[in-house]
Design a protein around this ligand. Structure first.
Ligand SMILES: N[C@@H](CCC[C@H](N)C(=O)O)C(=O)O
Length: 237
């Protein structure tokens, strides 16, 4: 079983290649709990019904239906290993089919379509709850550096089965984000689906591209005619 470490703008993963084998959910969960101490989650690379399939587990040993930076990493892995020769990759996830390619900025994938954001206030924190393959609560703040993400993120997580994103507008086309991730139960250096959810709520002027500054690096969210795309780097470390 091939096991490799990757980061995607600071979001840290292990890819566990079981393309030629199979693990039960219990075996996957045990693998995650044993091996992902220094990682945010584990990407199980599989084949199902002849198609590549990404099965994502958070480091707490529980499955999540999707992971945006994980999906970018999965695409990078498939191409790096030569499993896919042309620069167009298609695979399935529990959040539906994902397509993507390598770009000059790293890896770009078409994200699951967001649902309608729901305005919500929890203990004086007003934000938007929406799903981009996984659930996200997006809160706009004056300065993300002034937010105790661990404390407030934990508090909101106790009320919401969701990732928690704190977002600051830097200018009309750039935002800064900090994310308390469900299943990591801590702040991560980046969150792709959180980045996409936050840019989607922010983009009231229907710009084609929003730049997102995460702690671990810069991501781009492209709003194209056929959907929303997430782009950024992937490193084999
Ligand atoms: N970091 C991921 C999100 C992974 C799943 C999330 N923690 C959840 O449980 O919803 C991303 O890049 O989207």
């Amino acid at each position: 079983m091939i096991v490799e470490k990757f980061t995607a703008t600071g979001n840290s993963f292990i890819v566990c290649d079981i393309l030629d084998s199979k693990l039960s959910d219990e075996e996957k969960s045990n693998f995650v709990l044993k091996n992902s101490k220094d990682r945010d989650g584990v990407i199980f690379a599989e084949k199902r019904d002849g198609q590549f399939f990404m099965d994502y587990f958070n480091k707490d040993g529980n499955r999540a239906s999707f992971c945006g930076n994980g999906a970018r990493t999965f695409l990078y892995y498939l191409m790096k290993k030569g499993y896919v020769k042309e620069n167009f990759v298609k695979f399935n996830t529990y959040a539906g089919e994902i397509t993507g390619k390598l770009t000059k900025n790293g890896v770009m994938i078409k994200m699951p379509a967001p649902n309608m954001p729901q305005k919500l206030t929890i203990d004086s924190f007003s934000g938007f709850l929406l799903n981009v393959g996984v659930p996200h609560f997006v809160i706009f703040v004056g300065n993300v550096e002034n937010i105790d993400v661990s404390k407030i993120g934990k508090h909101l997580r106790e009320k919401l089965n969701s990732n928690i994103n704190f977002v600051q507008e830097l200018d009309g086309k750039t935002i800064k984000i900090r994310t308390f991730e469900r299943g990591v139960e801590a702040e991560t250096l980046a969150c792709g689906s959180g980045t996409t959810a936050s840019a989607y709520v922010f983009n009231k002027n229907n710009l084609e591209k929003i730049e997102v500054k995460a702690r671990g690096g810069t991501l781009f969210v492209h709003f194209l005619n056929d959907g929303i795309y997430l782009e950024g780097g992937v490193e084999n470390v």
